[in-house]
Design a protein around this ligand. Structure first.
Ligand code: GDP
Length: 365
């Protein structure tokens, strides 16, 4: 366990009771020796049986940078893929302090009470840059963390944003294969990670709060445009009048945006995570969206498009890695960088010459 995760108050939930007959060998292995390598089959069987300990172990493999772990992670993923795709994926964003964790706790508990199984994944761009993190360093979602039908996984703590997005998408697949029918992907609304989250979920929810001085609370127009619902939290106590006014403002603002590809008109709703009001209504909006976009086939189309995008992104990553890890390329990049420095070659010609070298190396085999 890293220092960061030791300090973090975010609990990773044990989840539903372990099925006794399944994977007892694997569980014993985990208990005896936490670092023991489990076989791909053990992990896959465990995940498909809804075993949270093994799901966590597989997500840890996904997050690992060791190539042996990556190889096994990809094997587990491939075996789980046919069992995935069955959940509702909801992205939730909002500025720090808006009430994301309180809201996810309230909505998550509402759903687990209705027998849903809820997984919460997070993308926290701040944890990639600094030791601390906005999402992880405080007590969050305590009751959901103790809920046997919920699983909470903190944001991967290292890597590039693109890398973290890939890990999150792969974690979604594993959670779905483990039987979670609702996946929340939470991110901090500070502008870097929303597009990534939007590209991997079915429904994108922007959480706002009433008043707070400026109406848009630093949320960029582009993020508002991505929202399928704007939910104004903290609509309680003295805030109610301001919350209603904010609702009108957002409804008016949304009218100015071009219609979404889905044909769906983004909804504005009020809730109080603290008083647990308006929560069921928010979920009704999500269900209405699913029905609307299933009927007009957009839901399926969007998932297909997302998969294609992921494939192209993964392909670019693979090709770039292959290029930059090639020993001859590495040596020539240094040389060419010096030539650029000495103004002997233009940047474009330098890139062209490296690309030509790469093609020649490929031909040579
Ligand atoms: P996050 O940073 O977006 O995850 O926000 P938190 O869930 O940690 O909430 C930030 C603060 O707002 C905390 O002090 C909460 O108690 C408070 N809060 C959250 N939801 C509500 C709500 O519905 N009403 C009120 N009045 N306060 C809330």
């Amino acid at each position: 366990m890293t220092n960061r995760s030791k300090k973090s108050a975010l609990k990773v939930q044990q989840g539903v009771a372990q099925p006794s007959s399944i994977n007892s060998d694997a569980l014993q292995q985990i208990r005896q020796n936490k670092s023991a390598a489990l076989s791909t089959a053990q992990l896959v069987d465990g995940i498909l049986a809804g075993n949270i300990a093994l799901l966590s172990k597989a997500i840890t493999l996904i997050e690992s940078t060791l190539s042996v772990h990556q190889t096994q992670a990809q094997e587990v993923l491939a075996a789980c893929l046919p069992h995935a795709g069955t959940s509702m994926r909801v992205g939730i964003t909002g500025v720090p302090g808006v009430g994301k964790s309180s809201f996810i706790e309230a909505l998550g508990s509402h759903l687990t009470a209705k027998n849903h199984r809820v997984a919460v994944l997070a993308i926290d761009p701040s944890s990639l840059r600094t030791k601390g993190s906005i999402l992880g360093d405080k007590t969050r979602m305590e009751s959901l963390a103790a809920d046997a039908r919920a699983y909470i996984r903190p944001s991967p703590a290292s890597g590039t944003l693109g890398g973290v997005a890939k890990k999150t998408w792969e974690s979604i697949i594993l959670c779905e294969a483990a039987g979670f029918d609702t996946i929340f992907v939470e991110t901090v609304g500070v502008g870097q990670s929303e597009t990534l989250v939007h590209s991997m979920v079915d429904f994108f929810l922007l959480l706002m709060m009433p008043g707070a001085g400026d109406e848009l609370q630093g949320i960029k127009r582009g993020i508002m445009e991505m929202a399928d619902a704007i939910v104004i939290n903290k609509a309680d106590g003295n805030n109610i009048a301001r919350a209603n006014a904010a609702k009108m403002d957002y409804q008016n603002a949304l009218h100015l945006y071009p219609p979404a590809d889905s044909g769906w008109i983004p909804q504005v709703a009020l809730c109080s995570a603290m008083e647990n009001t308006g929560i069921a209504e928010v979920w009704n909006i999500v269900e209405d969206y699913v029905k609307f976009t299933t009927d007009n086939t957009y839901f399926h189309q969007k998932r297909t498009d997302q998969n294609l995008q992921l494939m192209h992104q993964a392909l670019k990553d693979l090709l770039l890695t292959d290029f930059y890890q090639n020993e001859e390329i590495k040596a020539n990049i240094l040389k060419i960088e010096q030539e650029i420095h000495q103004k002997k070659i233009s940047a474009y010609n330098a890139a062209q010459s490296l690309s030509n070298l790469y093609h020649a190396l490929l031909k040579k085999g």
